[in-house]
Design a protein around this ligand. Sequence first.
Ligand SMILES: [Zn+2]
Length: 408
Amino acid sequence: MVEVSGARQWDRMMELAKLGAIPGDGVNRACLTELDRAARRLVISWAERAGAVASVDAAGNLFLRRAGAQRDAAPVLTGSHLDSQPQGGRFDGAYGVVAGIEVLAALHDAGVVTARPVEVVAWTNEEGGRFQPGCTGSMAWAGVAPVDAWDEVRDLEGVRYGDALAALLASEADLPRRPLGSRPHAYIEAHIEQGPLLEAEGLDVGVVTGIQGSRWFRVTVTGASAHAGTAPVSMRRDALQDAIRAISALNVAMADPDDVLRFTVGKMVVSPNSSNSVAGQVVFTIDLRHPDRDMLVARGDAVGAVIQQALLHCTAEIVETFHALPSGFDADVMATIERAAIGAGVTHRRMASGAFHDAQFAARVAPAGMIFVPSKDGISHHPAEYSAPEQLARGTAVLARALVELAG
Ligand SMILES: [Zn+2]
């Protein structure tokens, strides 16, 4: 049987975490930066040591392929992402890529030739920390949107996504280019849970049943800036006051007695943002999530009208920036992961994912599933994010068995 090395995997996790390390054991490694490129080169070097070959598609997704006995058979795909949140941790995303590489290395060490090729992917821009939305790499790969759909999106410095992606591809011109999109035999993503359930229940891995849907909106409320001392209140078109009215109305409209709907306004940019000026413009974001498709569609479709009706003096433009319907994972893949958990002697449970992942889009193209490992105190998107070496090793042992079964 194929034996993964928990020690090698942990050493690699820690080596990767040096790229973009921030105080408190965190990582700030935005997509399409020099640090991101360095992380990709590091991962490629590990994969090549395991006999795998790197290639890149037009969306910047990096694939590391270990050949199978059947050269042209659809590969079994695993992986995750190498980018992090601005104040992120060492494990979110990176674990799934390193775990996949560890499986390749274990296959290599054992001299195992699978029937199907096994591929590890590092998806471009999963986090959406630098360029919104996230999951642009997996969305382009899955055909959800064209690869140039986000070209005009800019980061805080004004850099266009299209330019940043072109620069990455130019820097990796030495790597073979592969066509965008493919039809893998199956996709399994290993990831930290980012929630407290596994730790609380003392379990080793989660067999993920599906991912709740997300809809993101950007709302621009436009009024007119004026002097706080001279402009009579009755004559103002105060964008901040109208934004508050809109958010209050949304709080009422998005109330859920079952407390399942997640409604968040997490970002607000006020212009001119001066204490003695009436706000002329406010841009705020909405993040809406629900596991039920009909509920998510209905509530999301109501957002525009609720805002427009709440405004007294200003106008609002509402743009939906991310739209991912809930996805349920493949029953056979889930059963395969459960068999792998039993075979590896680790405890497990089925669970849903509250966060979105690239697997949500991979599931549109191939039978897909995910393996969760425990997150200490459920903390994620934070430097304190932590999973112990042995917890990661158990997740990878399950991943290895599942991939080997699927790859034959
Ligand atoms: Zn992630």
